[in-house]
Design a protein around this ligand. Structure first.
Ligand code: N01
Length: 539
């Protein structure tokens, strides 16, 4: 990276990679410590995942009033949400408001992708290079790159020959995409597709959904936010936020105490029905305590959803195809929808099973499966992400002794608390693998990580340490613990992106931490109070 004739690199105390929810708040907190900080962002504006995911129907599965920052009571009170679940444009407006209110943009550099982050042990500094060839240096390097920001674009044969237009949900164009009168194919039936399909179906002349694996989905039961309810929640915000912070998944719900197997089938069904009517995450999936740990309990909720699909979808053959059978309920991310299953009752929508008849190629005029060709004017790849490790591996990250992160993690991610990794001093990850992250309300987890990192940096400063590094031993113990907790559940049974199973050759390792955000927070706080137990601090 160094050439003798190149100009000296611009120097900062901290460099943050990414200006999504995590990078924005990290900048705010580091500024509060008086650190000279620069944020690099590949997009042209703040927002991260919400900047890129502009596909039709994109909306958060977490309720607006909970999917928002809690660090500023003024911000919390002044922002008015309009719907139970915020749409992508509304979240983007909110994040723009946050950026303006706290004048974040002045320390952000947009349209700039970080390509290299190399640790220089002699200087105890990170050398950062961006895609415009510029070099920077900083004591701390903080990866705020998101968990689902590296799109998975499967390499279908013939895509370059396609004469229509094609899109990936995670890289949606900023200008309007109009499908009116077109024959559209959607590949994939995960959360993104399940949101987009009902919207595209309203525009397209014909919609073909190419499904490999059906998904469990619950209705969002979205509605306009009642101003009175918003006022009430805002009045109780401190307690509500605190409850979320100490909860299992970052939501202000009471944890279920009963097993699905200790009630009568009638009572169980009533409870599931009430959850279905309430809708969203924290509905049927949070009805009993053992739904993702006990296969028999799991089967009760899986069966409830299967019955719902049969009731909603008129064509029995389509309904059977839409029914998930091969993995337990909730072990792939539960989808939340608005009229997803209902959409298959439209005359212009066809479900195509590409499990039994795989996609063979994209042709100039459409898509060919092993049973025939589908004529298409547009293709939407809703094929997901190289989750959690993908965004980190997209950067050439090298620690002490030039070791690359990708090499170190070749058998799966190895972190201490999902915050740090041995051999990479002063490098922090926000919601990294090994932390609750994607199994939680992301904003709650992001704020916890950012607050912890801020306290840590303040501690180092106050005690005249220049370096912090996770110890190998602490990391090994944490990785073991993350795996042991996952193995107590049914999660490893699914071929999910949590397991890396959606990406060819990715190691099959359960990446997020299932111990719960409250317990995890306590653990992080305890070891910080214990002089950063498990880390080595150097003057
Ligand atoms: O991606 P996914 P996503 N041929 O990986 C299929 C979050 N999110 O973008 O299951 C044919 O879930 C693949 O099939 P299979 C949320 O955490 C949140 O939808 O691998 N099909 C699957 O059906 C979510 O979990 C929100 O057999 C192929 C689909 O593509 C995560 O993002 C909204 C294929 C990918 O589904 C990712 O969701 C949206 C191939 N070669 C997303 N390759 C909200 O909060 C892949 N597929 C609102």
């Amino acid at each position: 990276m160094h050439g003798s004739t190149t100009p000296p690199a611009a120097s900062f105390d901290a460099i943050v990679v990414g200006a999504g929810l995590s990078g924005m708040y990290m900048l705010y907190r580091l500024r509060g410590l008086g650190l000279a900080t620069r944020v690099f962002e590949a997009g042209s504006d703040v927002g991260g995942t919400w900047y890129w995911n502009r596909y039709p129907g994109a909306r958060c599965d977490v309720e607006s009033l909970d999917y928002s920052y809690s660090f500023s009571p003024e911000l919390e009170q002044e922002w008015e949400w309009t719907e139970r679940y915020p749409t992508q444009p509304e979240i983007q407006r909110y994040l723009n408001h946050v950026a303006d209110r706290f004048q974040l943009r002045r320390d952000m550099q947009f349209d700039t992708r970080v390509t290299h982050a190399h640790y220089d042990a002699a200087r105890s500094r990170w050398d950062i290079q961006t895609d415009d060839g510029q070099r920077y240096t900083a004591r701390y390097c903080i990866m705020a790159v998101g968990c689902l920001s590296t799109p998975n674009q499967p390499s279908f044969k013939g895509l370059e020959s396609f004469t229509g237009r094609w899109y990936h949900t995670g890289l949606w164009p900023h200008e309007d995409v109009d499908f009116t009168g077109l024959r559209v194919g959607v590949i994939g039936t995960g959360s993104s597709a399940i949101q987009a399909i009902p919207q595209i179906a309203k525009q397209a002349r014909r919609l073909y959904v190419f499904q490999r694996t059906p998904n469990y989905s619950v209705p969002a039961q979205n509605e306009p936010l009642d101003p009175e309810r918003q006022r009430q929640i805002k009045a109780e915000y401190p307690a509500r936020r605190q409850k979320s912070r100490m909860s299992r998944a970052g939501f202000p719900f009471d944890a279920p105490e009963r097993s699905a197997l200790e009630v009568t089938p009638e009572e169980r069904n009533q409870i599931f029905e009430a959850g279905w009517q309430r809708g969203g995450i924290g509905s049927i999936n949070a009805a009993f305590k053992d739904l993702v740990t006990n296969p028999d309990a799991n089967e009760t909720v899986a069966q409830f959803v299967r019955d719902k699909i049969r009731q909603i979808v008129h064509d029995p053959a389509t309904a059977e195809l839409l029914i998930p059978r091969e993995y337990p309920f909730g072990t792939k991310r539960l989808c939340v929808d608005i009229d997803y299953f209902e959409t298959y009752n439209r005359p212009n929508v066809t479900l195509v099973d590409v499990r039994s008849a795989p996609i063979q190629e994209i042709t100039p005029r459409g898509l060919r499966t092993s049973t025939g060709e589908y004529a298409l004017d547009a293709i939407v790849f809703a094929t997901g992400y190289d989750a959690m490790t993908g965004p980190l591996f997209a950067i050439d990250i090298r620690g002490r002794d030039g070791q690359s992160l990708k090499t170190k993690w070749s058998d799966g991610p190895r972190t201490y608390l999902g915050l740090a990794t041995a051999g990479f001093p002063n490098l922090f990850m926000i919601t990294g693998p090994g932390s609750p992250s994607v199994l939680s309300n992301m904003v709650v987890s992001i704020e916890q990580h950012v607050d912890w990192i801020t306290d840590c940096v303040r501690f180092l400063k106050d005690h005249h340490y220049t370096k912090i590094e996770a110890s190998r031993q602490a990391e090994d113990a944490w990785v073991r613990h993350v795996n042991e907790v996952a193995d107590l559940t049914l999660y490893p049974r699914a071929n999910s992106w949590y397991m890396g199973a959606n990406i060819p050759d990715k190691p099959r390792v359960f990446m997020p931490y299932l111990g719960g955000v409250g317990a995890y927070r306590q653990k992080c706080d305890e070891l910080a109070a214990n002089n950063y137990e498990g880390f080595t601090l150097s003057p």
